[in-house]
Design a binder for this molecule. Structure first.
Ligand code: COA
Length: 688
């Protein structure tokens, strides 16, 4: 059949016409591992769609030629290049124009989805008449823009609301979560979830005989009614406010406003969506969250330098950390053995692993196959086959050395040996080894399943190759590797400790605990320092503080010592600084006329910033970006501020330095600016 059409090849797209006059548009973004909607990709798409408007095919299928997925969204790298809000608006309006072209094609259109289908990729799929997603664990669909401080901007708000109904669509956009193909089908984000082998046939049969679309049920449409919207919006604002303050995270509020005010008028909502995203995009929050995405990619990149994946992991020490590390590695696909001297301890490891898998995997079949990968190993038989050995026994140099002496001869010659020590210098442990270069620190944070960072500790004798192997291993268990030197507290604990200690000093001065915590949360910390100390365990805090005080100028507050002596260790004993009820701290509101010290927040935050500067001077991490990444992913430091060093530069190094000097005059030497400030002051002066 001569349709007058020819195959067209662009740099990023390939347009193929088959004998049934169906057009297959494949995206394979050049020079990139992942498909994203860069300006160049969109411009070529516009050309292709204009062509299809002139020569309409019988049907169109858009798919990805990349193995890892469909499209991971707009190109985030381009989000920092806009010179003005107007320039951002123009780029967004171009996206609108192109997706409108796609939506208005006079033939059935299908997005054939596998792997990642996120952000702009999901918006493009929503502009197609049908969406078919591969039913596989790799398929993830969603609209995660809110995590970057914006909301969907290529017409996705309007189209998601139409496809999924207001409650579901807003929930998807407000949480930024991603979903499996089946979950997305239930939510009406996609029409079909089919196994890979049926994808092409499913597309063809839809194009041959396009099925009727089922409209949203009336009760879902009703929720869009202008009289109901203000009530629903009010409830949503209240829910969002519990998680994110409007001043720090404006995007979810902007999205709710958009829906509340314009949901009746599609064209106006599209216009307002573009304006809203343009204004958010050039704002500080979005720019800082985009920076955080970049930092995350940098850390992932550090784990990508080595090929080849280990298979067997052997963990020694079934305490909370060791057990949870073992459970996590098994969840990430490794064959794991966990060794401990006590049967009971191993029993508890398996029980906790089961609880974790139940929460994460839900399906009994998946839970049991994952549990099969986690083997209790009292005698340590599996040590000999392990590619990675992780030591997580208690913090005692001599005991660890003895263990290393005993296990090294049994280990494979090229096995990597990692220690989860948080306080012992690696050099002291490496002494016990015949091959000291094989030892690297792998410092996990508690709870292992929630904390995304692992400090990769480089001892003086660790070989560079093994540091990279450890980083690659961290990445392979979906964790972000941060290389640090072996020094007390590494980066994260060293920076956190002065902040926690300042909070305890404030408590000793009589500042109500809730006020201290609220100020930190108001700054943007995920949890106040007093609650954090209680959650981590005051005995652990005291131990780290004692170790750090041997090398750093910190004095451990008496109050902390007293509570530990009384066995009031925080959440785990039901009483620490706070009393705990059902696992939650009971926080008493201060007197109505209580006025907190004006410099409370500065005292907390600047002690942290001062310590980051000291770490950089000491070379604990290589540069300011890595310090920011470590503190954000290791402590949850206000992501919308872009990290402590970025915060410092944003506020003005000179200005913050002066503030620190004032605090030093008021409160003494613990606020003495570190000598490392000089470098940053000079840098600011040089940059004008
Ligand atoms: N824009 C630009 N680059 C992107 C991107 C995006 N939206 N999404 C992924 N990438 C790039 C990464 O930078 C990385 O590049 P590299 O290979 O040059 O290092 C590559 O794609 C692979 O991503 P990576 O994060 O290393 O892979 P992963 O499998 O761990 O995670 C995603 C994949 C898609 C889940 C993750 O990259 C992600 O969350 N991306 C952002 C999605 C998003 O927010 N989209 C909405 C944008 S408005």
């Amino acid at each position: 059949m001569d349709t007058g059409m020819t195959d067209k090849t662009y740099k990023h797209w390939q347009l193929e016409q088959d004998e049934e006059n169906f057009v297959w548009l494949h995206l394979d973004k050049a020079d990139s591992s992942t498909n994203t909607l860069s300006e160049a990709v969109l411009m070529e798409l516009e050309d292709a769609l204009n062509y299809l408007h002139r020569q309409p095919p019988r049907g169109l299928v858009i798919r990805s030629a990349k193995e890892n997925g469909f499209i991971a969204g707009a190109d985030i790298g381009e989000f920092t290049h806009f010179e003005s809000q107007h320039a951002a608006l123009e780029a967004i309006q171009r996206g609108h124009r192109i997706f409108n072209l796609l939506e208005s094609l006079n033939c059935p259109t299908i997005a054939l989805i596998h792997g990642y289908c996120l952000g702009g990729g999901m918006e493009m799929a929503l502009a197609c008449r049908y969406r078919i997603a591969e039913d596989s664990p790799e398929t993830r669909l969603g609209l995660p823009e809110v995590r970057l401080g914006i909301h969907p901007g290529f017409g996705g708000t309007v189209r998601a609301l139409k496809a999924a109904g207001p409650l579901t669509a807003l929930n998807i956009m407000l949480t930024g979560r991603s979903f499996s193909a089946r979950a997305a089908k239930k939510m009406r984000l996609v029409h079909y979830a089919v196994p890979r082998r049926h994808l092409l046939n499913a597309a063809r049969s839809i194009l041959r005989k396009p099925p009727k679309q089922t409209p949203l049920p009336w009760w879902l449409k009703l929720l869009n009614h202008r009289l109901l919207r203000p009530w629903i919006a009010k409830y949503m604002v209240k829910t969002v406010a519990k998680k994110a303050a409007r001043a720090h995270y404006p995007a979810p509020y902007a999205l709710i406003d958009l829906w509340q005010h314009y949901a009746d008028d599609r064209e106006q909502m599209l216009r307002e969506e573009a304006a809203s995203v343009a204004s958010l995009l050039v704002g500080k929050t979005a720019q800082n969250l985009i920076r955080v995405f970049g930092l995350q990619e940098t850390l992932k990149g550090l784990g990508r330098k080595l090929d080849g994946k280990p298979k067997y992991v052997h963990v020694i020490g079934g305490g909370v950390m060791g057990g949870d590390i073992a459970a996590w590695c098994a969840l990430q696909g490794y064959q794991v053995s966990i060794q401990d001297r006590e049967h009971e301890t191993l029993g508890r490891v398996i029980q906790r692993a089961f609880d974790l898998y139940k929460k994460r995997l839900k399906k009994p079949r998946l839970i049991s196959t994952t549990l099969d990968r986690l083997m209790p190993d009292l005698p340590g038989h599996a040590l000999a086959r392990a590619d990675v050995v992780i030591e997580a026994i208690f913090e005692d140099v001599e005991v660890k050395r003895e263990l290393f002496r005993a296990i090294e001869p049994q280990m494979k010659a090229d096995a990597l040996l990692c220690t989860n020590t948080s306080s012992i210098p690696l050099e002291a442990l490496a002494e016990a080894l015949k091959k000291p270069e094989r030892l690297v620190g792998l410092h996990f944070f508690n709870p292992v399943a929630k904390m995304p960072l692992i400090e990769i500790v480089r001892g003086k004798s660790s070989s560079e190759e093994n540091v990279q192997r450890a980083s690659a291993f961290a990445k392979s268990i979906s964790r972000l590797p941060l290389p640090v030197t072996s020094s007390p507290g590494f980066l994260v604990n060293r920076v956190l400790m002065p902040y926690l200690i300042e909070a305890v000093i404030l408590a000793e001065e009589g500042v109500p605990l809730k006020v201290i915590d609220d100020e930190a949360v108001e700054f943007g910390m995920p949890m106040g320092p007093i609650e954090l100390a209680d959650t981590v365990g005051l005995d652990i805090c005291l131990k780290v503080a004692d170790i750090l005080s041997q090398n750093m100028d910190i004095s451990v507050p008496e109050k902390l010592r007293t509570l530990v002596e009384r066995s009031q260790l925080g959440k785990k004993t039901g009483q620490g600084f706070y009393a705990f009820k059902k696992g939650k701290p009971v926080k008493t509101a201060p007197d109505k006329d209580y006025i907190p010290p004006a410099d409370l927040q500065e005292r907390l935050i600047l002690r942290m910033v001062n310590e980051v500067i000291a770490c950089l001077r000491d070379g604990v991490v290589d540069n300011a970006d890595l310090a920011d990444a470590g503190i954000i992913f290791g402590t949850g430091f206000a992501p919308f501020r872009g990290g402590p060093m970025h915060y410092l530069q944003d506020r003005g190094t000179q200005q913050v330095y002066k503030m620190l000097e004032q605090l030093q005059q008021r409160y003494g030497q613990r606020f003495t600016p570190d000598s490392g400030w000089q470098q940053w002051l000079e840098q600011e002066a040089d940059n004008g």
